[in-house]
Design a binder for this molecule. Structure first.
Ligand code: ADP
Length: 748
């Protein structure tokens, strides 16, 4: 497995990181176990050795005692009186060979007096019993034992005194004395004798064993001496253990460091991968060169742009293979500008060449290449392919030019202004010319129209007082190229139209007045009749008053009533005259609240005489809940007057029984509908087309303006006027007027 594949397998890498720690832990564990085991085994070994040595020691002491016992028994069997020389020789040999026998005496059995003794200077007490016994002496005296046997002569005892001290001195060899403290203990385990005394082993390792002979319940005990070892030998295992633990700790530390490092490495790998992905996803080419101008890095986009592979480019020096031969100088200049830090921060436009010879334009940006230590090691250049951008810009420019040309050739003024500030953002030549705008745009140049504050499209007329011109302004709320709110305005000069309309209006007014004068002429007889009534009444009241006054006792109450009546009739006559004057007068439209029935009453009052004269029966049908109208009453009266008069005139030839004129009022949604139906001549198809045209008449004395004026008046009130033939004969004229509220009524 290669290093690369190891680093690739995170599982394996993790195990590899743990391995040193694992080995160190196992080593520490094995080593400490070894120390414990060797310590324990050593102890056991020493204990076994001690037991073996003590057994040997017991053997040695027991054999010596047995040998001494045998020798004393042999002496006791020797006849001292006959073989005294032999006895003494044997006794002296025994004392010499067995230094533990410190005294050998022959005592009388009767009085225990010493008969013979060796060595001479020792006289020790005797308890008078045969066999083995302790010899009680003073406490500081070494412990002693006596062995007494009756001699062969039957009169004496042979008594041997044995020193336990000497016994130990003699019987404990040097190699045991060097290792152990050997003690001779009595049956109570009190120390009788001890062989040497040094520092004992702190482990307290000791063992005890009873002696078979002499039969005094003696025991020997051996305890291990402290065997001083070399300090280094003693501390080396512990030192090694500490080192192993240290190694374990340092491995753990190392593991942590490695984890941090591995984390940093994975971060770095991710960072590198991200950087690589970012570089690969860049559409701008990037290349780096060292201080000698040698290419040391190119990204994928750069290779795709130039058509060369990275291998073909890296290491290349100017002139670079993607410099077109005809552009060598410019490319070199751009190259030098980057190297000398003179490059335009907004980029320099350069033409490069692909491997297949195709030329392309780029915008070249350069900057210093600084390494991690902050050292300047070369230059980094980025380039964007602007060929398409350039082409698009040219196309856009041409399109813009076309747009401006079309706009400027329009006769209509067009402008775009900011919805909030009114700042003029764009205008065509006609606009600038119409409003005498300076040839500049921006905040200082404001659209000359009044500010608009609503979002719905607006069509309005605007009078430019300065230049005395009328404009029709069509405004549309729109989003501008930068998504800001703007108004698009198209201003058409309607000064000429306005003047023509005004002229027409004045002319119409004149015609209307003329028409009314004619109507008045036609009404003259009816008016005379109308006025006759109040005037006749006034005259009769006047003669009545005279009669009352002629009475010597005039009835003043009657006189007062007659005068009141006269006044009333005079007022009525005045009203009739005022009505006629208002009707005829040329005046501006004046709207007010009124009812259709009120208007009809006025007109029928004026026409009543004519109706009677023509024997026309007039009927009115009306619903009860008609709302008020907000109209010019005189104008509406004129319409009703014309239509009723035309209807009556159309029935000149109609048989009397059919001479009916029906006036029907109805409500059609928000409109009042008025139908004036007659049983007259009706209207032919050709007439229908001409009916509302000015000066169309079939009458000898007619002007042909009546219906035309009626339609203008109704349309002025946002209504409609049309004519239909009656299925039962004659025709009917129908008009509608909205029941509009005062506030909504639109005054032009
Ligand atoms: P004038 O009454 O002076 O002729 P109008 O404009 O009032 O002018 O009428 C135009 C023409 O329409 C009349 O000459 C007549 O021929 C026709 N006309 C109008 N009202 C009626 C009607 N009720 N029945 C038949 N024809 C009519």
């Amino acid at each position: 497995m290669t290093i690369h594949s190891i680093t690739r397998s995170p599982q394996f890498g993790r195990w590899l990181q743990l391995l040193p720690g694992l080995i160190a832990a196992l080593f520490t564990l094995a080593f400490s176990s070894w120390i414990l085991l060797t310590t324990d085994e050593g102890k056991k070994e020493r204990s076994n050795q001690l037991e073996q040595d003590l057994l040997w020691q017991k053997q040695a002491i027991t054999q010596q005692i047995i040998a001494d016992t045998d020798a004393i028994t042999a002496l006791a069997a020797t006849d001292y009186s006959r073989q005294s020389a032999l006895f003494q020789a044997r006794a002296m040999s025994l004392i010499q060979n067995s230094p533990e026998i410190i005294s050998l005496v022959i005592r009388n059995q009767t009085d225990s007096n010493v008969w013979w003794g060796a060595p001479q200077q020792r006289t020790l007490p005797f308890n008078g019993e045969s066999g083995w016994s302790y010899l009680r002496t003073e406490p500081e005296q070494p412990s002693l034992a006596q062995f007494a046997l009756p001699m062969a002569d039957g009169k004496h005892f042979i008594v041997a005194t044995i020193s336990f001290d000497r016994l130990l001195q003699q019987q404990v060899p040097w190699w045991i004395a060097q290792r152990y403290q050997v003690l001779l203990l009595n049956h109570n385990f009190a120390t009788l004798a001890a062989k040497s005394s040094r520092q004992l082993d702190p482990s307290g390792l000791k063992t005890r064993i009873s002696l078979d002979s002499p039969p005094l319940g003696l025991a020997i005990q051996a305890e291990l001496y402290h065997a001083p070892r070399h300090r280094l030998t003693e501390s080396l295992p512990w030192l090694l253990l500490v080192l192993a633990i240290g190694m374990l700790a340092s491995t753990a530390l190392l593991h942590r460091v490695m984890r941090v490092r591995s984390f940093a490495e994975s971060q770095l790998r991710a960072e590198t991968a991200l950087r690589q992905a970012m570089e690969d996803s860049l559409v701008s080419g990037m290349r780096a060169m060292d201080k000698d101008g040698r290419l040391i890095y190119v990204n994928r986009a750069f290779c795709e742009m130039t058509g060369y592979s990275a291998d073909e480019l890296l290491g290349q020096q100017p002139p670079l293979p993607y410099w077109p031969p005809e552009e060598l100088e410019r490319c070199q200049a751009a190259f030098d500008a980057i190297r000398q830090g003179r490059a335009d921060p907004n980029g320099q436009a350069v033409r490069f060449m692909r491997k297949n010879g195709e030329r392309f334009d780029v915008s070249l940006h350069g900057s210093n290449l600084i390494n991690a230590e902050g050292r300047h090691i070369g230059w980094m250049g980025s380039l964007y392919d602007i060929t398409e951008l350039k082409r698009e810009r040219e196309v856009l420019q041409a399109s813009h030019q076309r747009f401006v040309t079309v706009l400027d050739s329009l006769d209509t003024a067009v402008a775009v202004s900011d919805a909030d500030s009114g700042e003029l953002l764009m205008s065509n030549r006609q606009f600038d010319r119409s409003f005498n705008l300076p040839d500049r745009r921006g905040r200082c140049c404001i659209v000359p129209f009044s500010a608009r504050r609503f979002d719905t499209p607006v069509d309005s007329e605007w009078y430019d007082g300065l230049h005395k011109r009328w404009f029709q302004i069509k405004s549309r709320h729109n989003l501008w190229v930068d998504d800001s709110d703007v108004w698009l305005e198209v201003a058409t000069d309607i000064t000429a139209l306005k003047s023509a309309a005004e002229r027409e209006r004045l002319q119409n007014e004149k015609i209307q007045q003329t028409s009314r004068l004619i109507s008045m002429g036609e009404m003259a007889s009816s008016l005379a009749h109308e006025l006759n009534q109040p005037l006749g009444a006034i005259a009769s009241y006047a003669s009545g008053c005279r009669n009352i006054l002629a009475n010597p006792t005039p009835n003043l109450q009657q006189l007062s009533q007659a005068i009141d009546k006269m006044g009333e009739q005079a007022r009525r006559a005045g009203q009739i005259i005022r009505g006629i004057r208002e009707f005829v007068q040329r005046r501006a439209p004046h709207r007010r609240r009124c009812t259709i029935t009120g208007l009809l009453d006025t007109v029928l009052d004026l026409q009543s005489h004519e109706a009677v004269r023509r024997q026309v029966a007039i009927s009115i049908s009306e619903p009860s809940d008609l709302p008020d109208l907000y109209v010019d009453p005189i104008m509406l009266e004129q319409v009703l007057f014309n239509l009723i008069r035309n209807a009556m005139e159309a029935m000149s030839e109609t048989p009397i029984e059919q001479k009916t004129l029906a006036i029907m009022l109805s409500r059609e949604h928000d409109y009042l509908q008025v139908i004036i139906a007659d049983r007259g001549t009706g209207i032919s198809a050709e007439q229908m087309e001409q009916l509302f045209k000015p000066f169309y008449t079939t009458k000898d004395t007619g002007m042909g303006m009546g219906l035309n004026i009626c339609r203008s008046i109704i349309e002025y009130h946002q209504g409609r006027l049309w004519a239909e033939n009656n299925p039962s004969g004659g025709c009917r004229f129908i008009f509608t007027v909205p029941f509009s509220e005062e506030s909504q009524a639109n005054e032009p």
